[in-house]
Design a protein around this ligand. Structure first.
Ligand code: ATP
Length: 418
């Protein structure tokens, strides 16, 4: 990386600078000045950089199939901070790949704007956008070795031989591929191939790395390893990365921020914990993590389910006859083998081993059945077993009123009478 200079905002708007930027120079806002660099991939401290990595404004895209229009992406806006690792998470067909393809320039939006590193690129050809792309299918060049695959993008840009060698060797080391440089793709495992694909995308020092279900075709154990690789790699190179996945566990584990998508729109945006603990909509509650769900009807001014009775005055958006959908996480249930430790009584119908956790199918009164997940050591500490009686407590529920159709609300312990 070499720093070309520091420029004021006005100087930075000049024609010469715009031209430099289109050649692959990077510019970063730092202490009131723009820093111009010949490289956009930085190994240095990025804490003072404030410019946005990716900005998408009011993006829409429809496809025509059998003479009908289908809106795949509907007026979507979001931002990825410079240097962040962000997920677009959603079920199949929710529009994630279409967004990624529009950012890469592989698909033209019907409406909206795309900015990369502060520059609008909506109509800029793919090869001038400075994006690296990693797909689910490895898409490596079969006739080239690992070294040649990684070197490819640099050679196309006519980088000096010594530079290519240095960069490829750095990336081989960074991705733990040092001994595999001379191999061909068919001589690699799926996980190794995907690491080569990552190195190849990073080699030309992209402004933004776009990853479309990169680990989708890989078995569970290697997939987990690759996730860790990606996070580690990201922490070292800080390249702005947008990661498309339908795997909520993957998004929760490695991303700084998650945009949850459904039917072409963003349902919720936030850090993983926020998405998990405070789902904003019924869709997010259902899609991200395991959830217990119960429906109950408001009758006689009260909402009753299982042993719980909530007076209507604690829940002002409810009317008699409203159907209320209740949500609570299996991890948010207190359980004890001591009968009076908590106020409510139930029975363990079945237990399943999940590794470090135990999943319990619980039968409580009035057909109130739910799933609880507790750490294995608690299971033994509380002397629990299949068929045994337990006491339990749930302190907080999320709910949506299906008639009122508003977002998620909370019912808290103090609101109810038992
Ligand atoms: P997946 O995880 O399965 O890849 P996704 O969330 O990435 O799904 P997209 O691939 O963006 O979803 O597709 C969104 C919708 O647009 C889908 O219904 C898909 O069938 C449709 N679609 C995507 N590309 C085209 C196309 N070229 N022509 C017609 N329809 C398309």
């Amino acid at each position: 990386m070499s720093i070309v200079g520091y420029l004021s905002e006005k100087e930075c708007r000049s024609v010469e600078v715009s031209e430099c930027l289109s050649w692959g120079f990077g510019r970063y806002f730092e202490n009131e000045f723009w820093r111009l660099e010949t490289s956009t991939l930085r190994y240095s401290d990025t804490s003072t950089l404030r410019i946005m990595g990716v900005v998408v404004k009011n993006l829409s895209k429809s496809f025509t199939s059998q003479k009908t229009d289908f809106a795949a992406v509907r007026n979507v806006s979001f931002e990825v901070e410079e240097g962040a690792l962000v997920a677009l998470l959603g079920p199949s067909g929710s529009g994630k790949s279409t967004i990624l393809r529009m950012i890469a320039g592989l698909e033209q939006p019907d409406q909206g704007q795309i900015f990369l590193g502060g520059e609008e690129v909506t109509r800029v050809p793919t090869q001038q956008r400075g994006v690296g792309f990693v797909f689910q299918s490895y898409a490596l060049f079969k006739q080239l070795t690992v070294f040649q695959n990684i070197a490819f993008g640099l050679q196309v840009r006519r980088a000096a031989k010594s530079r290519v060698k240095e960069r490829v060797n750095d990336l081989l080391a960074l991705l733990g591929l040092e001994k595999l440089g001379a191999r061909y793709p068919h001589q690699l495992s799926g996980g190794q191939r995907q690491r080569v694909a990552l190195a190849r995308a990073l080699a030309p020092e992209p402004k933004v790395l776009l990853l479309d279900e990169p680990f989708g075709a890989i078995d569970a154990k290697i997939r987990k390893e690759l996730r860790e690789w990606l996070r580690k790699l990201h922490d070292e190179v800080h390249v702005t990365s947008l990661f498309v996945t339908h795997d909520q566990e993957e998004a929760l584990e490695i991303c700084d921020k998650i945009y949850v998508m459904n039917h072409g729109v963003i349902e919720q945006a936030g850090p993983p914990e926020e998405i998990y603990k405070n789902p904003a909509t019924e869709f997010v509650a259902n899609f991200v993590g395991l959830m217990n769900i119960h429906d109950a009807v408001v009758q006689g001014g009260r909402l009753a389910f299982g042993p719980y009775v909530f007076p209507q005055n604690g829940t002002s958006d409810m009317r008699n006859g409203d159907v209320i959908r209740i949500f609570f996480r299996p991890q948010d249930i207190y359980i004890s083998g001591v009968s009076n430790a908590y106020a409510l009584q139930a029975r363990i119908a079945r237990r399943s081993f999940l590794g470090i956790n135990i999943k319990l199918d619980i039968e409580a009164e009035n057909g109130f059945n739910f799933v609880a997940i507790i750490p294995e050591h608690i299971f033994y500490q509380e002397k629990l077993s299949e068929g045994c009686r337990i006491s339990y407590q749930i302190e907080e529920f999320n709910y949506v009123n299906l008639r009122a159709g508003r977002g998620m609300r909370k019912l808290v312990f103090v609101d109810y009478e038992i």
